[in-house]
Design a protein. Structure first.
Lengths: 258, 308
């Protein structure tokens, strides 16, 4: 099965070689715009403000590793939503794949493998931009990459299961509106979750991005402690990814092998 | 005799309450072109998906290339070529890339796939389209590309689900020619179609399916001999006069069949029968005498036409 999954990963790379232009601008532009707007501009306000800010490092530095995790999450959700719907329903390319020796499990695992490689690329670029902005040192940025990739892969696995279960594309916009965006805003990316109302804190604690942000920030920045034990966060994300993968295989088999 | 490539006994496929395939038996022998003929919804595609090891049977048994599709799916699919009914090419990619990626799914080395792609593009008359994107290609070209794709692993058994539906006559004849060549090369073909001319052209042996069941089996000639007359006389009457004319056709030929737009008279000599029609003082607008076809067999067996 492993070699057959690799063939699917390889196919992902071959398709990407043809279609990378569509995503490369956003891959580079996204970190530049976000770090410029939120990190530099808003960060100057935060750093100058004499209020009750609970962080004692430059806001840009605080923000960058969290944004890295958040971007990985969004990339994972993106790559596991519309493209998966296209494979199942719009272009039906998964049907073609499954007529070959590739099984549903090979397809799911191989595709997630490709998404993981793409996450490495996207977060790598992001890490480089972080460094260029002076938000972190190159080493700090590099340390934040592995947990960010794990966060994105976990999100991709669960999103694949969600998408494979959808009849129509309306569910996809709902996913981004009601899951991805709130996660992005309230999982500790822009401010520590201690800023949230007390009743929302446990909810934030239960999200994958919270653990991703905690890992990225804690690993990259000496001056910032992990929000929760890093072992717990890694375990959480690994289990999240595993459940997502198993669910994806089950749902997709029910959908495509009928 | 060599053992069959596909052997099905009491094969059933249900989707919820709906029974798509209702207990069918058939054997496909090596080297033959075997057809499933029937109208839309007869259960042909469901049967094809079970043979293709992408759809577990609800009941009964099926063996493909001597293996069990449920247990040995990947092994079976490695030796199958599949040409699906609807186009599932990757529209964003080029003709070449579609073939390359598909070939790699079979674990073939890139060098081998590249060599085969050259041959397949020549076979499918797509050499000049090698680097074109798939999306703007014509329907006939896409069909030929899908067939080329299905051949990339040099399959022992090629499954073609409605291979020429939606194509213009010229494109169909080109495709039939390509399929005929494959047959000569010894590739076993399984074809579903609701076109009787396609079945007659391509199939050595076929089964006629209706509502999930097999209603007849044999070579096109055997089926026609067993279930129809040698010739058919088609009579078209002016609008509104068919009902009036019908009783006066009584006793003509061996059987008279009324369709909404014409009357079919089954006979062993259409010319003699036509003369009798005029003798009885009838003046149909159009008179066509032709040989019996599988369409007539289908009509006889099911009481309905193949294409509505």
């Amino acid at each position: 099965m492993a070699t057959r999954s690799l063939r699917v990963t390889e196919a992902g790379a071959r398709v990407y070689r043809r279609t990378w232009r569509a995503s490369v601008i956003s891959t580079f532009l996204n970190p530049v715009l976000f770090l410029l707007a939120m990190g530099v501009s808003l960060g100057t306000l935060v750093d100058d403000g004499g209020g009750s800010a609970t962080i004692d490092i430059p806001y840009l530095t605080f923000l960058a590793p969290g944004l890295l995790a958040a971007t990985a999450m969004q990339t994972g959700a993106g790559d596991a939503s519309y493209p998966v719907m296209a494979g199942i329903k719009w272009r039906r390319t998964y049907h073609a794949t499954l007529a070959t020796p590739i099984s549903v499990a090979d397809l799911v695992v191989g595709r997630l493998g490709w998404v993981t490689i793409r996450l490495l690329f996207v977060t790598g670029v992001y890490a480089a931009v972080m460094t260029l902005f002076g938000a972190t040192t190159p080493l700090e940025a590099a340390l934040a990459v592995p947990p960010a990739v794990l966060t994105g892969a976990a999100m991709a696995a669960m999103t694949t299961a969600y998408t494979a279960n959808l009849k129509s594309e309306q569910g996809l916009s709902a996913l981004f509106r009601f899951a991805v965006l709130p996660l992005f805003l309230f999982s500790g990316t822009f401010f520590p979750i201690s800023q949230l109302p007390d009743y929302l804190e446990p909810l934030a604690f239960a999200t994958p991005l919270f653990h991703g942000v905690s890992l990225c920030r804690g690993l990259a920045l000496d001056d910032v402690a992990f929000e929760v034990s890093p072992a717990w966060s890694v375990a959480y994300l690994v289990v999240f990814a595993a459940i997502g993968t198993v669910l994806s295989i089950r749902v997709m088999r029910r959908r495509l092998v009928t | 005799m060599t053992s069959p490539l596909v052997e099905a006994r009491g094969l059933v496929k249900r989707f919820g309450d709906f029974t798509a395939v209702d207990g069918i038996d058939f054997d496909v022998r090596p080297g033959e072109a075997f057809g499933f003929l029937g109208p839309n919804g007869a259960g042909k595609s469901s049967t094809m998906r079970m043979i293709g090891a992408v759809s577990p049977p609800s009941e009964g048994s099926i063996s493909v290339l001597g293996m069990d599709p449920v247990a040995d799916g990947p092994k079976i699919r490695a030796r199958l070529g599949v040409v699906p009914q609807d186009d599932n090419l990757d529209q964003e990619l080029s003709v070449y890339e579609n073939l390359l990626i598909y070939g790699r799914y079979f674990g073939l080395p890139k060098k081998v796939v590249d060599e085969r792609i050259d041959e397949l593009l020549a076979f499918a008359q797509l050499e000049e389209r090698r680097t074109s994107r798939v999306e703007p290609l014509s329907g006939g070209m896409k069909r030929r590309l899908i067939i080329a794709r299905g051949l990339v692993n040099q399959p022992d058994l090629l499954l073609l689900d409605e291979p020429t539906t939606g194509l213009d006559p010229q494109a169909r004849h080109l495709l039939w020619d390509r399929l005929y060549r494959l047959k000569l090369e010894g590739v076993t073909l399984i074809i579903t179609t609701h076109y009787m001319d396609e079945a007659e052209q391509l199939c050595d042996r076929l089964v006629i399916m209706d509502r999930g069941k097999i209603v007849a089996e044999g070579s096109p000639r055997e089926l026609i001999e067993a279930h129809s007359t040698k010739e058919v006389l088609e009579l078209r009457f002016p609008v509104g006069e068919q009902a009036e004319a019908l009783p006066r056709l009584d006793g003509l030929g061996t059987r008279v069949e009324e369709l909404p737009d014409r009357v079919l008279v089954y006979t062993d000599d259409a010319d003699v029968t036509a003369a009798t029609v005029y003798d009885r003082g009838l003046h149909p607008e159009g008179v066509v005498s032709r040989r019996s076809s599988l369409e007539d067999v289908f009509l006889r067996l099911t009481g309905r036409t193949l294409v509505d």
